[in-house]
Design a protein. Structure first.
Length: 215
């Protein structure tokens, strides 16, 4: 059966110690039961995917079209929905529920989240520029990013030019993170290292794709 991913909530980071006393930084992810809400097929939708729902919410917090869809399907009013692409959906059916036991200690996973927004930032903080010299005629432009282009040719600033602007608040995927341990009773997943997103932010966990392809 081709595996899908699950929806989790980032609780924060902590540290553990192994038998030799080595410190291991881990990120704590809370996985509430995730249920299969809908199945997408190539014949009907043009692609194959499994839609998973998590975090049941109140009706007033969900828009009316989505409420009607849940009512038609006979599903709970989930606040968070996520589709995971698969080649074949025949292994899944409506109402299938998965929890933290879906993952095992020692396996590699990919975690997708939205990075912490840091507002407007200059080129030095945003892109790691070194800045201009502190002497020899540089007066008030020490932290400027320098030239952005020429005058007649090209007569414009090229796209993707590294300049000051909005920093963070982007969709980020961290690959090949190792699952340190799983607590099925508490529904907690401990991931070695850090994952993108702020505390209490929603992240999506799936099996490591690139590592599986190499194997």
């Amino acid at each position: 059966m081709e595996r899908i991913g699950l929806i989790a909530r980032k609780l924060g980071m902590t540290q553990l110690f192994d038998a030799s006393g080595t410190q291991i930084p881990v990120t704590v992810l809370k996985i509430d039961p995730c249920s299969v809400v809908a199945l997408r097929t190539k014949e009907k939708d043009g692609y194959s995917a499994v839609q998973v729902g998590s975090c049941e919410g109140k009706e007033k917090h969900i828009n009316k079209p989505q409420l009607k869809s849940f009512e038609k399907l006979g599903a709970k009013n989930y606040r968070i929905l996520k589709e995971f692409r698969v080649d074949d959906v025949s292994s899944y059916k409506f109402g299938d529920t998965f929890d933290s036991s879906y993952f095992a200690a020692g396996q590699l996973v990919d975690v997708t989240g939205r990075s912490v927004g840091k507002g407007f930032a200059g080129a030095i903080k945003r892109h790691g520029f070194g800045g201009l010299r502190a002497t020899h005629g540089v007066s008030i432009t020490h932290r400027c990013h320098g030239s952005t282009g020429n005058r007649t040719l090209p007569g414009k600033v090229f796209k993707n030019k590294r300049m000051a602007g909005h920093m963070g608040d982007k969709r980020v995927t961290t690959l090949n993170l190792k699952v340190h341990s799983v607590d099925v009773e508490k529904g907690v997943l401990l991931i070695r290292g850090c994952v993108p997103g702020a505390e209490n932010g929603i992240v999506f966990v799936r099996d490591a794709i690139k590592k599986a392809k190499r194997n």
